[in-house]
Design a protein around this ligand. Structure first.
Ligand code: UDP
Ligand code: MG
Length: 323
């Protein structure tokens, strides 16, 4: 049985596309007789987007919408949409008509196959080369650093089982990493080749800076998914190695100095002209700093950790009536 669907669409200055987008979605829904709601999240648009959305909502009872007071970014817009979504399957797509609503049935079928997250892959992409090329590099880096191998992590068209969205917390610009964050909690992630179209109206909201930010976010996500529950394991390991190495070198130098001054036949040496002393002291300080940072992180975690966030339940058996 096909589950009812919530379609979540983040909108930032996309007024000229919205009517056609709604019409295309409505056509697919009618063709396949889907039960669905269409959720527009106006992320502080400064054009006519909200007026158009209100118009669409007046014509079509399946349209629900929320308008942000200012632009908060795509991740925030998606979060708001997810919080509103009431159906078992949630599909996101961009508002600029680049994603083709006719792909919706394929996403739903793939989720029915058993995947918790299905991410689109714009295999033939209709964007300028200066977007496509850095994006290839970005996808390769994310795939190899996180182990979640997708060709197109940043694709706007994705479909989820609703359980996923209750567990993955989106903020900042982490919308690019939903599959990675979901996989880190044990959800299965699949990929679907989709038809991509060139942008007809308006312009892209992202420039080159997205790749710098994307890289920093990748480091954050890698740290959060790998060591978020045990920061001292990474900071402390590097700290210990650095501290140990520094201590070893200083001990060696101290022994050398002592021997040179006590043992017969040795010429007394001085240490102030040995650069090694500075390197060793540097290592010692760095090691101490990294470890104390690790302890601070652990302290923060110990008092703020939400136990239910430290695991993800797939199924329960519980025949006992509640006490
Ligand atoms: N978007 C948004 N808030 C923002 C930036 C973008 O809601 O701050 C929406 C935008 O309206 C579109 C989707 O996110 O529906 C993808 O944006 P865009 O098409 O500019 O990205 P690109 O296709 O160039 O990657
Ligand atoms: Mg676009």
């Amino acid at each position: 049985m096909i589950q009812p669907l919530s379609i979540v669409i983040p909108v930032f200055n996309e007024a000229p596309s919205l009517r056609q987008l709604h019409a295309e979605i409505a056509e697919v829904l009618a063709q396949h007789d889907y039960t669905a709601e269409i959720i527009f999240v106006d992320d502080g648009s400064r054009d006519e987007s909200w007026t158009v959305i209100r118009e669409l909502a007046a014509q079509d009872r399946r349209v629900r919408a929320v308008r942000f007071r200012r632009n908060f970014g795509k991740a925030a817009a998606l979060s708001a949409g997810f919080a509103m979504a009431r159906n078992a399957r949630v599909l996101t797509m961009d508002a600029d008509l680049q994603d083709d609503p006719r792909e919706m049935p394929n996403f739903l079928a793939k989720v029915e196959e058993g995947f918790d997250v299905v991410s689109g892959w714009k295999k033939i992409r209709h964007d300028p080369w200066h977007k496509v090329l850095p994006s290839r590099v970005f996808n390769w880096m994310v795939s190899s650093m996180t182990g979640v191998r997708l060709h197109d992590h940043n694709c706007g068209m994705k479909c989820y089982r609703r359980e996923v969205l209750g567990e993955v917390i989106l903020y900042g610009e982490l919308h690019r990493f939903v599959p990675v964050l979901a996989a880190a909690r044990g959800f299965t992630v699949g990929e679907l080749v989709i038809h991509h179209r060139p942008r007809r109206f308006g312009k892209s909201k992202y420039g080159f800076s997205r790749f710098v930010k994307g890289f920093l976010d990748l480091l954050t996500v890698r740290f959060l998914t790998g060591f978020g529950q045990r920061p001292q394991h990474v900071l402390g390991t590097v700290g210990l190695i650095s501290f140990g190495l520094g201590a070893l070198i200083l001990t060696y130098l101290a022994a050398l100095w002592t021997c040179s001054r006590t043992l017969p036949g040795w010429t007394p040496i001085t240490l102030h002209d040995r650069p090694l002393v500075i390197y060793a002291t540097g290592l010692l300080l760095l090691g101490g700093q990294l470890m104390s940072m690790g302890f601070l992180a652990e302290l923060f975690l110990a008092y703020h950790v939400r136990p239910e966030r430290t695991y993800s339940v797939a199924e329960r058996i519980d025949a006992q009536p509640p006490a």
